[in-house]
Design a protein around this ligand. Structure first.
Ligand code: KG4
Ligand code: ZN
Length: 355
């Protein structure tokens, strides 16, 4: 069955066609980065308006790329939350109207649960290397969802069946990347820029903290690291002085990145050991980080690490269509009264159909 997925929780309008929950036929994403760049962050009102403008062409494009029409679609899946309410509303109301007009079942998906489903997606094989046409054994794994809006460490027992282990107590790791980049006078979004500069720097040049690394839990905290980096920027003479000294800038980026990587990998290792699991999946925008990817390969040699393709790591609708198929199979059709919700618990992914 072909499921049309729709995602509009933040600054990406996305639509995708996924067959039987695994095989991605199309994955259209309209990024709003250029619209928000000059503000140094996502402006909710601008984002909602852009979703309104993009949603019809993006859905059309996803159908066209997949070589199908609406007549071939078996169900519609949409992100219900969490996210920016004005943005979520565009996707949810559009999906509800389309489902009603075409007489199609509608299912809702929790956004982070969607991210945690992304390792099972692919065009030929999934992120574990299994052909996407195989019936699909869903072995449990430790999942780390890291992006601009969330930093969660979880145990994934099956599609959408998630046991939370730990969460950030303050900033999300992507948010810390973006804020630190801003302090250093770099552009937006800061994550990819810091990542690129870090490659040329010495990660030992600045002594930065590894918050909560040695605590006996799975929670994260990135605001202290952000403050320590801000102090280092000040001591270096501010953003202008840093810009004038390419090596110093690269060194600070590398030191910040090393602190993030140490904390993320340290907690993931602890979860793998504690749960005696051999599979780890890292998803969300920060999972694109090259320093993190390299460190995962080097430091987790006895673990099967799934790093989904960047197109499935950042916000996308394939993960919504994919998990949506399982929700539908479990009988989780949503009612026409379905509402977008800015705050939605991660475990709602497992029982999205009851909401
Ligand atoms: O998943 P995503 O597209 O959106 C949500 O936040 O849900 O993630 C975007 C976040 C931004 O904070 C961005 O700076 C960060 O992911 N990011 C990165 C990299 N690429 C994107 N952070 C570090 N290194 C990267 N290469
Ligand atoms: Zn996301």
């Amino acid at each position: 069955m072909y499921v049309l997925g729709i995602e509009s929780s933040c600054d990406e309008t996305a639509a995708s066609i996924v067959e039987d929950g695994r095989r991605v036929l199309s994955n259209r994403i309209a990024s709003q980065v250029p619209l928000h760049q000059r503000f140094g962050g996502v402006v909710p009102e601008i984002a909602s308006r852009a979703h309104l403008e993009q949603i019809v062409p993006i859905v059309d494009g996803a159908l066209k790329d997949a070589g199908i029409t609406l007549n071939d679609v078996g169900a519609i899946a949409v992100t219900r939350g969490p996210g920016l309410i004005g943005c979520l509303l565009v996707g949810v109301e559009f999906a509800k109207s389309l489902a009603l007009a075409r007489g199609l079942p509608l299912v809702s998906v929790q956004h982070v649960a969607g991210h945690l489903y992304s390792p099972y997606l692919g065009r030929e094989t999934d992120a574990w290397g299994t052909p996407v046409t195989s019936p699909g054994e869903f072995e449990p794994f430790v999942g780390m969802a890291i992006s601009g809006g969330h930093s969660s460490l979880v145990l994934v027992r099956g599609p959408g069946v998630i046991e939370p282990l730990g969460e950030t107590l303050d900033d999300a790791v992507g948010e810390a990347y973006d804020k630190v980049a801003k302090l250093m006078g770099l552009g937006y979004p800061g994550g990819p820029l810091v990542d690129k500069l870090a490659a040329a720097g010495d990660p030992k040049s600045f002594q930065l903290p590894r918050p909560l690394l040695n605590r006996d839990n799975f929670d994260f905290s990135f605001s202290g690291l952000k403050t320590a980096t801000a102090r280092a920027v000040e001591q270096a003479g501010g953003a202008e002085a840093l810009k004038a000294d390419e090596q110093l800038l690269a060194d600070l980026c590398a030191s910040f990145q090393a602190a993030c990587v140490d904390v993320l990998i340290g907690k993931a290792k602890k979860a793998l050991k504690g749960r005696r699991l051999k599979r780890l999946a890292v998803v969300g925008g920060v999972a694109c980080n090259r320093g993190l990817r390299a460190a995962l390969r080097e430091r987790l040699t006895h673990t099967q690490v799934a790093n989904p393709d960047p197109e499935f790591c950042t916000d996308n609708a394939a993960m919504i269509a994919g998990l949506g198929w399982h929700v539908l199979k479990a009988g989780g059709t949503s009612l026409p009264s379905l509402n977008a919700t800015a705050r939605l618990d991660l475990t709602a992914g497992a029982r999205a159909w009851q909401l």
